[in-house]
Design a protein around this ligand. Structure first.
Ligand code: XUL
Ligand code: CO
Length: 439
């Protein structure tokens, strides 16, 4: 059975192609700085937006026309698995990601939910035997069901904590069964609505306990996937505890969890936190905590998580710059946590969207690599900090200065001269590289 009969496997046709169903820049086997594009980019399709999402929003019902829409229950879940592997193959993506509830319907009891999951996981496993697409990560949805109204691990109700813990236990088992490279924790409801009814210290302690339990269980069953925390500042909660990378890092350090986790950084979450995407990648990278990426983009004019497919070449360039400097993403990848707009309801829009995202990151990879090869920013930055490589600067950095010696030095200073930061020149140079690489 085919779900996307009108779509042939998407081929790379080069920058001058006008075929909307072809890659113009993503050439999986092309070598960039010693690795293939496929190895650098490690693209993943996210199951929830592409196979489960229906286009509904707080003001309107579903709009998505999907060839599996007429099925229900487990039949629907099975049809989605069939459709998903057809799409993975046609897009030639190496990875996919899912939440438990994306792939199998929740039952009336936890036991029934497990039974549904077991059936679908076995089906996915069968498909994976003949498919080249692997599981980048899975996760437990601990935010949709009303039991999570006050949080999951951070719920004031220990009954809810226990239920959420069981879901994560199952998620870790599924991850192991399917050979997941990573396991993600996004704390959608792990935050608060008002401090008036919240014991913040208690809730954050609970969250740390929860993560320790997961770390212990993964060890117990020999599941060696990289654990990832996905920060987001808010939405659906007013304040999420894993606000951004810096907050998440402080939390992991305080609770002795740092060695067990890295971060899954989502572009739109970064901007919601008042940061740029590249800022979050940078903070993670310089701390050795850059694990994986949820590749999407927000809308400057909208204050929420719009989860658009990434098309901004400036942003993909600066993201790939961080990823190249990180030596790649290790076991992580670029997961399109992105949804087609509500008005883009036809099945082929799913292909246009992924092609747009994959080509945008392929351009970003090529431009960032060229910038690094030519040391466009490196030489400028090295020169900018040169004063710390000699004289008083070196004394400061090597710990040989103190406030007495610095005061003595300052008292003898004549005029202090600063140098231009050249921001506009640097941006214009990046523009030039983007234009050249696109040709
Ligand atoms: C929500 C979000 C999630 C996580 C996984 O904003 O990004 O889909 O990626 O739970
Ligand atoms: Co995400």
């Amino acid at each position: 059975m085919s779900y996307f009969t009108a779509i042939q496997p998407i081929q790379y046709e080069g920058a001058t192609s006008r075929n909307p169903l072809a890659f113009k820049h993503y050439n999986p086997t092309e070598l960039v700085n010693g690795r293939t594009m496929e190895e650098w980019l490690r693209f993943a399709v996210s199951y929830w937006h592409t196979f489960t999402g229906d286009g509904s929003d707080p003001f309107g019902v579903s709009t998505m026309q999907r060839p599996w829409n007429h099925y229900q229950g487990l039949d629907l879940a099975k049809a989605r698995v069939e459709a998903s592997f057809e799409m993975f193959e046609k897009l030639n993506v190496p990875y996919f990601c899912f939440h438990d509830v994306d792939v199998a319907p929740e039952g009336n009891t936890l036991r029934e939910t497990y039974r549904n999951l077991d059936k679908i996981v076995q089906m996915i496993k069968e498909y994976m035997k003949t498919s080249r697409t692997k599981l980048l990560w899975n996760t437990a949805n601990l935010f949709t069901h009303p039991r999570y109204v006050h949080g999951a691990a951070t719920s004031p109700n220990a009954e809810v904590f226990a239920h959420a813990a069981a879901k994560v236990k199952k998620g870790l088992e599924i991850g192991k069964e399917l050979g997941a490279a990573n396991y993600v924790f996004w704390g959608g409801r792990e935050g608060y609505e008002t401090l008036l009814n919240t014991d913040m210290k208690q809730e954050v302690d609970q969250l740390a306990r929860f993560f320790h339990l997961a770390v212990d269980y993964a060890k117990e069953i020999g599941f060696d996937a990289q654990f990832l925390i996905e920060p987001k500042p808010k939405e659906p909660t007013k304040h999420q505890y894993d606000f951004d990378v810096a907050t998440g890092l402080a939390f992991l350090q305080s609770y002795g969890l740092k060695e067990h986790f890295k971060f899954n950084i989502e572009a739109n979450h970064a901007t919601l936190a008042g940061h740029s995407f590249e800022h979050e990648l940078r903070v993670a990278r310089i701390n050795g905590m850059l694990g994986s990426v949820d590749a999407n983009q927000g809308d400057l004019l909208l204050g929420w998580d719009t989860d658009e497919f990434p098309t901004d070449l400036y942003s993909t360039t600066l993201a790939m710059y961080e990823i190249l400097l990180n030596g790649g993403l290790g076991s992580g990848g670029l997961n399109f946590d992105a949804k087609v707009r509500r008005g883009s309801f036809e099945p082929e829009d799913l292909f246009y969207a992924h092609i747009a995202g994959m080509d945008s990151f392929a351009v970003g990879l090529k431009v960032a690599n060229k910038l690094l090869e030519d040391r466009v920013l490196e030489d400028f930055i090295a020169e900018r900090y040169r004063s710390y490589t000699e004289g008083v600067g070196l004394e400061i950095m090597e710990g040989r200065a103190n406030l007495h010696t610095l005061e003595k030095y300052a008292l003898e200073q004549t005029e202090i001269k600063n140098r231009s930061g050249r921001q506009e020149l640097l941006k214009a140079t990046i523009n030039q590289y983007i234009i050249e690489v696109k040709r």
